[in-house]
Design a protein around this ligand. Structure first.
Ligand code: UDX
Length: 438
């Protein structure tokens, strides 16, 4: 099938590459010529395991091409995926200008039937706006052409996006006409594996499903973070509590890890946007509002622990940070708790030396020379008053604790990701403080 992807960012690129992998003829559009030139050379502008191979393989086979030419991109695909950004407005609502501009462009140049698919995470009601924008533009042109608008949200996790796309739990298709449903079923047929995972529903339910999934996961995290803080006060161990509740199949084990707060490009933005769209409809989402507030507070948790130990004035103190990305296996720093932690430490007069296996380039772009960057986890510890663990990269999980102790000025580890067994670390004579453990 001929498919166009509008927007070659994270979601667009993964979608385009994975669809070409199953033999579709995919053309990816982006208005940024530098990005398109890179992609045409086989270079991937983002870090995502497995993506480069898929892009290069399918580009070489001629099934995956990149362009900045809107006219060509509209002409190419019967199915046009809109995967452009929806950055939050100042009030937290999703900014739809790029989505609607993409819709109008399709309408401006189309000459036959198109299925227009909203892939970007967009508020409930956006498909109707997309439909209206296309209808209006066609009327301005004085032509009448058939089109369908579909909501097909993605559920990709950064660091596992290719795997998530190739082996989805479910494929949500919000559509209200058979022609579009038929096209979407055909596209996703190769991804079904042992049973049909497509959930066809009305457009608004599909749009809300995406927000509901992320909001539920964010709620679990904030709930566990709050409970971990309570466990500390009560002298309980949140890790044991986590296992104790996770064993109930109604609860399950995933997304119950307390930490330094959730970050990334989805949870913070989607929780805000859902609260905002409820407000616009005269409703307050009390649970989700609290989820967000609890998360903001959790991002300060490590710094509170630092202050409790070293005092509010951190002048002359130096802290080693392990991990900068908002989670492992990505270089993404969007809404990363590390940014809040660094800011708070610096504002109290401390210096910071950080190591991250892949996010240091991105961190340097954002933080510049305000912090130091180490060449290895151990190098970051040199002369530091404490080690703060911020991201749970695998390479941090089994350090040589003797060495850690000898490099630190004071043997203190404040672990925001509960990476280590407290008894093991303490046996080295290291003062170990984790989240909700003792
Ligand atoms: C998320 C959703 O998982 C994905 O389905 C959606 O499409 C986009 O948003 P992503 O942002 O890539 O994906 O990361 P995810 O692995 O979900 O983690 C989000 C944040 O929650 C990270 O900051 C992570 O550290 C935190 N987290 C996750 C916890 O603090 N505890 C957990 O138990 C799980």
């Amino acid at each position: 099938m001929k498919i166009t992807i509008i927007g070659s960012g994270y979601v667009g690129l993964v979608t385009g590459a994975c669809l070409s992998e199953h033999g579709n003829d995919v053309l990816c559009l982006d208005l940024d010529p530098r990005k398109i030139e890179m992609l045409q050379r086989g270079e991937i502008p983002i870090y995502e395991p497995g993506l480069e191979e898929i892009v290069q393989r399918n580009a070489a086979a001629g099934r995956l091409r990149f362009t900045t030419d809107i006219v060509e991109s509209v002409a190419h695909g019967t199915v046009q995926f809109i995967a452009v950004g929806t950055p939050p407005d100042e009030d937290g609502s999703a900014d739809l200008q790029y989505v609607l501009a993409a819709a109008r462009n399709i309408a401006r140049y189309m000459t036959d039937y198109k299925v227009v698919v909203d892939k970007s995470t967009v508020p409930v009601g956006t498909a109707d706006k997309v439909k209206a924008a296309i209808g209006e533009t066609l009327r301005e042109r004085g032509v009448e052409l058939p089109f369908s608008v579909v909501s097909n949200p993605e559920f990709l996790k950064e660091g596992a996006a290719v795997e998530d796309f190739m082996k989805p739990d479910r494929i949500v298709v919000g559509a209200d006409d058979e022609r579009a449903i038929h096209a979407m079923r055909a596209i996703y047929q190769p991804f079904q594996r042992n049973h049909d995972r497509t959930l066809v529903m009305d457009v608004r339910s599909a749009e809300l499903t995406k927000y509901a999934a992320n909001a539920m996961l964010a709620t679990r995290i904030s709930f566990m973070n709050e409970l971990a803080n309570l466990a500390e006060v009560l002298g309980a161990d949140i890790e044991l509590v986590r296992r104790g509740i996770g064993s109930d199949p109604r609860i399950g084990y995933s997304f119950l890890y307390p930490g330094v707060g959730y970050g990334g490009s989805c949870f913070p933005k989607d929780v805000k946007a859902l609260c905002r769209s409820a407000q616009e409809n005269g409703m307050d989402l009390q649970v989700l509002t609290a989820v967000e507030a609890a998360n903001d507070a959790q991002k300060l948790r490590l710094v509170q622990k630092v202050v409790a130990r070293f005092g509010d004035d951190l002048t002359g103190k130096r802290f080693a940070l392990w991990g900068l990305a908002f989670k492992p296996r990505t270089d993404d720093m969007r809404e990363a708790p590390s940014l809040v932690i660094v800011q708070e430490l610096l504002s109290r007069g401390a210096t910071v030396c950080a190591f991250d296996p892949v996010a240091m380039k991105e961190a340097r772009r954002i933080l510049g020379e305000r912090i130091d960057y180490a060449a290895s986890p151990m190098a970051a510890l040199d002369n530091a008053d404490a080690l703060l663990v911020v991201t749970e990269w695998k390479e941090f999980q089994a350090p040589d604790f003797e060495r850690v102790k000898s490099l630190l000025k004071q043997p203190v580890i404040i672990d925001g990701r509960n990476l280590f067994d407290p008894q093991t670390v303490k046996a080295y004579g290291i003062d170990y403080d984790a989240i909700g453990r003792h």
